[in-house]
Ligand binder design. Structure first.
Ligand SMILES: NC(=O)NCCC[C@H](N)C(=O)O
Length: 271
């Protein structure tokens, strides 16, 4: 145990040295009005959600990330899911055009925060729609969910923005989940993991493995061999610990009721 903690500390120190920053956005008073598509609506405890959000941000900071709070968007219930408004490709920020009309006003505040960090940005616009939750980066390939929120024009614009930077963009149909990353994410060794009942095309990825729980499909890589996961997937956390990963878990139940997961509550900036 002592060895594990000292190595977590070393990884956190590394993140601090690398100036790794994570954008987060505090949940607003209208959180309970957030969109639900694949789930039945259930009551949200807004105070508990705020405490869970603080806990999530604390996990990032403990792992050595500087958290940067994007000013709240009080009229936008889903603004806390900040990942959907911007996707980082190295030091390039792609500001999105969310597929749900209710979420489009979220982007303005995120654009300001990105500009405040001195990062270059481009935009998805016009007929093109893209939610950040649909973009799964594995190596230099970005798999992009084509489904309810992201359309072909949005994927084409994204490909045009990042091609010259050495990224390949590949569309993947998403029908059974809200976003591609609601269904799958990737481990540090580039194995794509998911929860089989909601994965439309496991064959789209060179290596795919099903996890035993829905929340087990979602990992945030917060350090070398260090994963952040939802507390709702204890069996997956154990399975991944058995593979040698350090797994930190945090309870995000109130966000899961709104179809959110650990990935969508922050945007990691490694630039
Ligand atoms: N990237 C994500 O998975 N974001 C979750 C967004 C949930 C929000 N209630 C929505 O429907 O847009």
């Amino acid at each position: 145990m002592a060895a594990e903690w000292s190595s977590v500390d070393a990884r956190a120190a590394h993140n601090r040295r690398m100036n790794n920053r994570a954008l987060i956005r505090r949940p607003g008073p209208r959180l309970a009005d957030g969109l639900v598509t694949h789930l039945e609506r259930s009551p949200i405890d807004v105070d508990l959600a705020l405490a869970q959000w603080e806990g999530y941000a604390g996990c990032l900071r403990s792992a050595g990330w500087e958290t940067i709070e994007v000013p709240g968007a009080e009229d936008c219930p889903d603004a806390v899911f900040v990942e959907d408004a911007v996707v980082m490709f190295d030091d390039l920020a792609v500001l999105t055009n969310p597929g749900a009309a209710e979420r489009k006003p979220e982007v303005a505040g995120v654009a300001e925060a990105i500009s405040g960090l001195g990062l270059e940005s481009v935009r998805i616009s016009g007929e093109g729609t893209l939610d950040g939750g649909d973009v799964l980066k594995v190596g230099r390939t970005a798999y992009v969910g084509l489904g309810g929120r992201t359309n072909g024009a949005g994927i084409q614009q994204l490909a045009d923005h990042v091609r010259d930077r050495g990224w390949t963009v590949q569309a993947v149909t998403v029908e059974r989940a809200l976003h591609l990353k609601s269904a799958v994410t990737a481990l540090p060794d580039e194995t794509v993991i998911g929860w089989d009942p909601v994965v439309d095309w496991p064959g789209a990825f060179p290596r795919y493995e099903g996890m035993p729980e829905e929340g087990g499909a979602h990992v945030v890589i917060v350090g070398e061999g260090h994963l952040l996961m939802a507390a709702s997937a204890p069996r997956t956390a154990e399975l991944l610990r058995g593979r040698g990963y350090t797994v930190t878990t945090t309870d995000i139940s109130e966000f899961e009721k709104l179809e959110g997961c650990v990935t969508c509550l922050s945007v990691r900036v490694r630039a």
